[in-house]
Design a protein around this ligand. Structure first.
Ligand SMILES: NC(=O)c1ccc[n+]([C@@H]2O[C@H](COP(=O)([O-])OP(=O)(O)OC[C@H]3O[C@@H](n4cnc5c(N)ncnc54)[C@H](O)[C@@H]3O)[C@@H](O)[C@H]2O)c1
Ligand SMILES: [Zn+2]
Length: 440
């Protein structure tokens, strides 16, 4: 009571595009005011609540705000265990009491009763919950098993797949065989995957731990998806790009001779462990590349996340990505495509420069083009990322753009900050926008 279940729940539902069910409100709509139901006795109310929860759990995947006493019912707890990811919103008793005092809630009339109730329920909440959270971002992160900490304990039989450079800088204190991968993008090849299929000795009860940037988590996740028909994996991202984007969302894969990420699988990691301290050794260019994804995320979410202290910035971006992924886990609804804001132009510039323009620089320019086509201010991109026109061949970039979009002319634009749309852009406008990014 007073933890903010209705507010946070509605927000999480909005960010994940799922229906929101406020169980108490649903009960009141069908059976009348809860205070009156309580007067007929709590057991009677709990039975109604059990029925309504069963109904909500049987419906489409949704976000459900439970009443504060719902988890007291063993039947409800069993159903939650079987059918839900349950989060305990713990804001502390002082905050909770401040919010509910003076309300008409039947169980919140006197402070000492409220405190007793809170204490008596504490343990049941902790036992029932799959995660503890304070706000919507916590809920989104917990739902995709993203946590902020150092990696300390060994997760059982494991194999570490690490970027060879990162393995030297940030060795994991985990007792497990270490398999070194080429640093960066060079690891995303079939040859590396084949080598790992042969080298790995863990069984199906083993876990692959990926230590490195997006290249490492992409290839290690793909190995985890395919080795022995799939084993669980844990991502430990060590670049800013990895922490705000690449390690979250279950997309794994490698490059083929025909292009980037052309072979892969959806295979969600069982945990993503983010330790922002490892970024201390990140080269400036990699940081800039990560900041391009941060600015992209801020524009998509409509929040100037780049103004936050680093750890909060990473947390906010990771949570935004988690929300979009949860709204469209296997990219069937189109919402995951939002994450390509600026990327259609970026990929074109990368190809049109023979891959001499780095991804981060290309994304910064791509965001500029997307904002211009959207009629939105470009100052955030210009001030934070300071993009310079690219040394690229315009015709080659245009040809790549047309190939990338398979001739459909589909782009992600912003109706306003925080409101992405997938839409078409006439060729002439798209080409002019691209031309404005290339040094003439
Ligand atoms: N799966 C996804 O959803 C997704 C999303 C975005 C990007 N990606 C992929 O991620 C890849 C790019 O990954 P990236 O940008 O994270 O970089 P990266 O993994 O390619 O690494 C870049 C360089 O940084 C070094 N490095 C990594 N961590 C370091 C640290 N803590 N200190 C010092 N050096 C460090 C590496 O050795 C490497 O040389 C691309 O292949 C891209 O396709 C995937
Ligand atoms: Zn990118």
């Amino acid at each position: 009571m007073g933890a903010g279940k209705s507010t946070v729940g509605a927000h999480v539902a909005d960010l994940t595009a799922r229906p929101f069910v406020d169980l108490d409100r649903s009960i009141e709509r069908r059976h009348g005011p809860i205070s009156e139901l309580f007067e007929q006795g709590e057991p009677q109310f709990r039975r109604i609540e059990e029925g309504m929860l069963a109904e909500a759990l049987a419906g489409p995947q949704s976000v459900i705000a439970l009443g504060g006493g719902a988890v007291l019912s063993p039947l409800n707890r069993e159903r939650l265990r079987a059918h839900a990811f349950t989060v305990y919103l713990d804001v502390g008793i002082e905050t909770a009491w401040t919010r509910v005092r003076g309300s008409r809630r039947p169980l919140a009339r006197r402070e000492d009763d409220f405190r007793k109730l809170y204490e008596s329920r504490q343990q049941t909440y902790a036992e029932t919950a799959d995660a503890v959270a304070e706000d919507a971002d916590d809920v989104l992160l917990a739902s995709l098993a993203v946590s902020f900490s150092e990696v300390v304990a060994s997760p059982g039989p494991a194999a570490i797949l690490a970027d060879e450079h990162v393995a030297e800088l940030h060795p994991l204190p985990v007792d497990a065989p270490l398999h070194r991968l080429p640093a960066g993008e060079g690891a995303k090849s079939l040859a590396v995957v084949e080598r790992l299929w042969r080298e790995l000795t863990i069984g199906r009860d083993g876990t692959i731990v990926a230590l490195g940037g997006g290249s490492t988590t992409d290839v290690a996740g793909f190995v985890a998806a395919t080795y022995l028909r799939g084993v669980p994996w844990i991502a430990v991202p060590t670049t800013l790009t990895g922490q705000v984007d690449a390690a979250i969302g279950g997309k794994t894969g490698i490059n083929t001779i025909d292009g980037k990420n052309l072979a892969g699988a959806f295979h969600f990691p069982k945990a993503v462990v983010i330790d922002p301290a490892v970024l201390a050794t990140l080269p400036e260019q990699e940081r800039r590349a990560g900041m391009a994804e941060v600015v992209k995320t801020g524009l998509l979410g409509g929040r100037p996340v780049w103004e936050l202290p680093e750890q909060e910035m990473i947390r906010s971006c990771a949570a935004y990505k988690a929300g979009v992924v949860l709204s469209d886990p296997y990219e069937t609804e189109g919402r995951r495509a939002w994450l390509n804001l600026g990327h259609t132009f970026a990929h074109a510039l990368e190809a049109g420069s023979g891959y001499r323009v780095a991804h981060g620089e290309a994304v910064a320019l791509g965001l500029l083009a997307a904002l211009r086509l959207s009629g939105q201010p470009t100052d955030a991109v210009e001030e934070i990322l300071r993009p310079e026109p690219a040394e690229a061949n315009l015709d080659a970039a245009w040809a790549a753009l047309k190939r990338d979009k398979k001739g459909e002319g589909v782009f992600v634009l912003l109706e306003a900050p925080g409101s992405p749309v997938v839409t078409t852009v006439p060729d002439a406008d798209a080409r002019a926008a691209l031309a404005s990014l290339v040094r003439q």
